[in-house]
Ligand binder design. Structure first.
Ligand SMILES: Cc1cc2nc3c(=O)[nH]c(=O)nc-3n(C[C@H](O)[C@H](O)[C@H](O)COP(=O)(O)O)c2cc1C
Length: 406
C-alpha cells in the first residue's frame, strides 16, 4: 500500500487504546508516507502527552479551537483538505457527537465539516458498546456513509471481557487502504483466492510439498479486499499473519483444497488460483509412521486432483486466473507456450506465468516478476517488484480487461 500525497487527519479520543495509536501513526507516516495531522481531544491528552505523536507526525499536535493570536478557520481547512479523517481510538462520546452534529471542540468540528470522509475505529467498554444508544449512533453514521471499524471481542482494560477492544493496527490500515486506494471494482463480487503449498501425506508425519510461501496469494487477497470484494482465502496454515476482514479457510492437502473450492464454486465470480497445489501425491497414506526397521519402500505416486478443471465443471461463468510456474532455459525452451497451453486446456481466462529460475522471482521471495497472459491473446509483463505491487498490477489488469470483454 502507498499513501504518498494522501492527507490524513488522525483524531485521538480519550480511551486506553490510545497507546496503540502511536504505532498506527508511525506506520502511516514511515511505512506508507502519508501526511498526517494529529488532533487530540482534551480527554485524549489525559492519557498520553502529544510529544510522541508530534515526533512521529513531524508536526504540532492540535487540540484548541481558538488557539493563536489571529482568527483561524483551520477546523474548516483541515477537514476540506483531508483525504480521510481517521478517528482511532473512537470513544462512545465522539460517536454520539458525530451522529448528532455536535461540534464543541476541534476534533468534533472537523468531523462535522468533513462528514462521511470520516472513518471511526471503535474502542470502548463492552457495556458502552452494547448500549442501544451507542448502537443507534453507529447505525446512523453507517447509513450516512461514515466508515465504522467494529471493535473486537477480548480482554478489556476495565478487567472484563467482551466486545469493545480496538482492532489490530493492520485491520485499521486495511480499511484506510480500501478507503483511499480502492475503487470498489469488486464490490458485491465473491472472489476465491487460494494460497500456499499443499501437503500430500506419506504417513502421519511425512509429506510431499513445495517451497511456496503463500505470499503471492495473500497479496492478491488483500488487493481483492481493497477493491471491495467478498474474499474467501483458502490456504494451508502458514506463518503469514492472518489477513484482516478476509474469511480464511484452512486446508492442508490438495483434496481438502479441492473440496473447499468446490464448496464455494457455484456462487463465485472469480477464482484466483495462486496456490502451489502439489501435483504429486502418494497413492496411499500409511496410517502409522513408516519404521526404519522395515527397510526402504517404494513410494507409489499419483497426480493430485486438478482444482481448476473441477471448478470449471461447477462454474462456467466465473473469471478464472491460474498460475503457471515454468522455467525457460536452453534445455527447456517454450515456457510461455506451455503456460498458454495450460490456459487453454483448463479453460482459464488468464494465466500468470512466472519463472522461478530468475533472481528474486517466485517461491518464498518477497518480490516477483510475472507475465500475465489472457485467453484473447493479451500479454502484460510486470517487472521485478514487491509481491503486493505485482498483485495490484495483476488484479487491476484482470479486472479492466475482463470487464471490458464482458
Ligand atoms: C481510564 C479510562 C478509560 C476510558 N476508556 C474509554 C474507552 O476506551 N472508550 C470510551 O468510549 N470511553 C472511555 N473512557 C471515557 C472517556 O474518556 C470519556 O467519555 C471522555 O469524555 C471522552 O472524551 P472524548 O470523546 O472527547 O475524547 C475512559 C475513561 C477513563 C477514565
Amino acid at each position: 500500500m502507498s499513501l504518498v500525497n494522501k492527507k490524513i487527519v488522525l483524531g485521538l479520543t480519550g480511551g486506553i487504546a490510545i497507546y496503540k495509536s502511536a504505532g498506527l501513526l508511525r506506520r502511516l507516516v514511515n511505512d506508507y508516507e502519508a501526511e498526517v495531522t494529529v488532533i487530540m481531544t482534551d480527554a485524549a491528552r489525559q492519557f498520553m502527552t502529544p510529544l510522541i505523536f508530534e515526533t512521529f507526525s513531524h508536526k504540532p499536535v492540535l487540540s484548541d479551537m481558538f488557539a493563536g493570536p489571529k482568527i483561524e478557520t483551520r477546523h474548516v481547512d483541515l477537514a476540506t483538505s483531508a483525504d480521510l479523517i481517521l478517528v482511532a481510538p473512537a470513544t462512545a462520546n465522539i460517536i454520539a457527537k458525530a451522529a448528532h452534529g455536535i461540534a464543541d471542540d476541534l476534533l468534533s468540528t472537523v468531523i462535522l465539516v468533513g462528514g462521511n470522509k470520516t472513518l471511526f475505529a471503535l474502542a470502548m467498554n463492552d457495556g458502552m458498546y452494547a448500549n442501544p444508544i451507542t448502537q443507534e449512533n453507529i447505525n446512523r453514521l453507517r447509513q450516512l456513509g461514515y466508515g465504522i471499524i467494529e471493535p473486537e471481542e477480548g480482554q478489556l482494560a476495565c478487567q472484563t471481557s467482551g466486545r469493545g477492544r480496538l482492532v489490530d493496527e493492520r485491520v485499521i490500515l486495511a480499511h484506510v487502504d480500501r478507503r483511499l486506494n480502492g475503487h470498489s471494482w469488486l464490490k458485491g463480487k465473491k472472489v476465491i483466492v487460494t494460497a500456499g503449498p499443499t501437503r500430500e501425506y506419506i504417513d502421519p508425519i511425512r509429506f510431499i510439498s513445495n517451497r511456496s510461501s503463500g505470499k503471492m496469494g495473500y497479496a492478491l487477497a488483500e488487493v481483492a479486499m481493497r477493491e471491495g470484494a467478498d474474499v474467501i482465502l483458502i490456504s494451508r496454515p502458514c506463518v503469514l499473519p492472518e489477513l484482516v476482514g478476509i474469511k480464511t479457510v484452512r486446508v492442508e492437502t490438495s483434496a481438502e483444497m479441492l473440496s473447499a473450492v468446490l464448496a464455494n464454486a457455484t456462487t463465485a465470480d472469480f477464482l484466483i488460483m495462486a496456490a502451489a497445489v502439489e501435483d504429486l501425491s502418494p497413492t496411499q497414506m500409511h496410517t502409522q509412521k513408516i519404521k526404519k526397521d522395515n527397510g526402504l519402500r517404494e513410494l507409489q505416486l499419483k497426480y493430485a486432483p486438478d482444482i481448476i478443471q473441477a471448478f470449471r465443471e461447477a462454474n462456467q461463468q466465473a473469471c478464472v486466473v491460474g498460475f503457471s510456474v515454468e522455467m525457460e532455459s536452453p534445455d527447456q525452451p517454450g515456457a510461455k507456450a506451455r503456460s498458454l497451453a495450460k490456459l487453454k486446456t483448463k479453460d482459464m481466462d488468464f494465466v500468470v506465468w512466472n519463472d522461478p529460475g530468475t533472481n528474486g522471482v517466485g517461491f518464498a521471495h518477497d518480490t516477483n516478476a510475472v507475465t500475465l497472459l489472457a485467453r484473447d491473446g493479451g500479454e502484460w509483463n510486470f517487472p521485478l517488484a514487491s509481491k503486493r505491487a505485482i498483485a495490484d498490477q495483476i488484479l487491476t489488469t484482470v479486472i479492466k480487461n475482463y470487464i471490458k470483454n464482458k
